[in-house]
Structure formats: structure tokens, C-alpha cells
Design a binder for this molecule. Structure first.
Ligand SMILES: Nc1ncnc2c1ncn2[C@@H]1O[C@H](COP(=O)(O)OP(=O)(O)OP(=O)(O)O)[C@@H](O)[C@H]1O
Ligand SMILES: [Mg+2]
Length: 201
């Protein structure tokens, strides 16, 4: 399993490129912090790695990865469904019985401090709760590559710490994790840092 960026560049029509000549390899078991000022292209690079956007130049090679989960900067859920349903769904899709899926979903929710809201509807969750729920759901899908955009932006330091340890747990399972972040605590919890503020400028 490997992701390899070779001399990747990206810009939007007529504007200066966000980054250029970016070459980097990503390996299982590593957590990569993608840092840089607002507007430096962190979310854009995540989209390129996910294969949703073509870079303007360079190549992206992805070997041996079929399961990709993504946690967006803005959480998207199904308003009337419970928080627990959101996390149980990928487990049901993997063939687990409902009782097992819900038990595993509750354990994952506990790892991001969400036990108390498991029965609440998605639309009743706070921004930070919804963001952590999306992370628990992404982890439930057992991804080989997990792309996370600003997971702790809306969180207090203690809740942020629970998110960082949930990321650690999935990385220990051999996933590649790439996290766009402004948060020094999340950056420090990663094994590698890729700073877009210092590339191609
Ligand atoms: N589809 C698009 N068309 C034109 N410009 C775009 C498009 N998508 C993003 N941009 C611009 O590219 C720049 C980088 O955006 P991006 O969302 O990747 O930044 P970011 O580093 O994730 O910022 P933040 O920290 O605020 O989330 C921004 O200036 C944005 O306005
Ligand atoms: Mg962004």
C-alpha cells in the first residue's frame, strides 16, 4: 500500500498555483499532518489524493488501496437519523449483525467521547459532535486511507485530544492517515508533517 505524489501542482484558472513540484510518498501506519495557512490548498490536495480532482501537473500513484474514507471540513449527515445509526451503517454494510454492529459502533463512539449522544438525531448534534461522529463513521468503514479535514477545529482541547487518540488507534491498524489541520496538538500527534506554506512559493 502506498501513495506517491510526483511533482504535483495545482492552480485554479488564471490564479497563481497553490502549490507546484510537490513530491511525497505516504506509507501505512504513518499519520501525515497537512499544514499551511488558510487558502494554501490543504483541502484541494486532499481532493487530489482522493482522486476527485486532477492536479494541474504531475502524477498521483495509488497502489493497493481500495477503501478510502473521508471526513469533510463540514459534517454531512442524515438529519432525522440517530448518531448511532450513522456509525452502525458501514458495519451493517460489511455484513455484521445489527446487535454486533451497534455494539462496535458504540465502542467507536466512546473513543471520540460521543457515548452520551448516541441516541440523538444528527440534526440535534453540535458542530463538534457532528464532526466527531463523521470520524467514528469513517473509522467504522475500516479504511486503508483516511483523509480528514480539520478534525479539531470546532473542539475544546480535551475533546480534541480524544480525536487525536482515535486517529492514533486507526493508524496503529496500518491505515494511511492524512489530516489537514491548523491545530498544533493534532500536528504534534502526527508522525510526519507536510507544510503547504513552504511549497512552490
Ligand atoms: N473550485 C475552485 N475554483 C477556484 N478556486 C478554488 C476552487 N477550490 C478552491 N479554490 C481556491 O483555492 C484556494 C485553496 O483552497 P483550499 O480549500 O484548498 O484551502 P485550505 O488550505 O484547505 O484552506 P482552509 O485552511 O481555509 O480550509 C482558496 O483560495 C480557494 O478559494
Ligand atoms: Mg480546507
Amino acid at each position: 500500500m502506498r501513495i506517491s505524489l510526483e511533482r504535483v501542482g495545482c492552480g485554479f484558472g488564471g490564479q497563481l498555483p497553490l502549490f507546484e513540484e510537490l513530491s511525497h510518498d505516504f506509507f501505512p501506519g504513518h499519520k501525515y499532518a497537512l499544514t499551511g495557512p488558510s487558502g494554501s490548498g490543504k483541502s484541494t490536495l486532499l481532493s487530489i489524493i482522493a482522486g476527485w480532482m486532477k492536479p494541474t501537473s504531475g502524477t498521483v500513484a495509488i497502489e493497493g488501496i481500495t477503501r478510502i474514507s473521508w471526513v469533510f471540513q463540514n459534517p454531512h449527515g442524515v438529519g432525522p437519523r440517530t448518531a448511532l445509526d450513522h456509525v452502525a451503517l458501514p458495519l451493517l454494510a460489511q455484513g455484521h449483525r445489527r446487535v454486533d454492529a451497534e455494539a462496535r459502533a458504540l465502542a467507536l463512539m466512546d473513543s471520540v467521547d460521543l457515548t452520551s449522544v448516541a441516541g440523538r438525531r444528527f440534526r440535534q448534534l453540535s458542530g463538534g459532535e457532528a464532526q466527531r461522529l463523521m470520524l467514528a463513521r469513517a473509522i467504522a468503514a475500516a479504511p486503508q486511507l483516511l483523509l480528514v479535514d480539520e478534525p479539531t477545529a470546532q473542539l475544546d482541547p480535551r475533546t480534541g485530544a480524544s480525536v487525536n487518540s482515535a486517529l492514533q488507534a486507526i493508524s496503529a491498524n496500518g491505515a494511511i492517515i492524512i489530516v489537514a489541520t491548523h491545530d498544533p496538538a493534532t500536528r504534534d500527534a502526527c508522525t510526519d508533517v507536510l507544510d503547504l506554506g513552504n511549497i512552490g512559493k
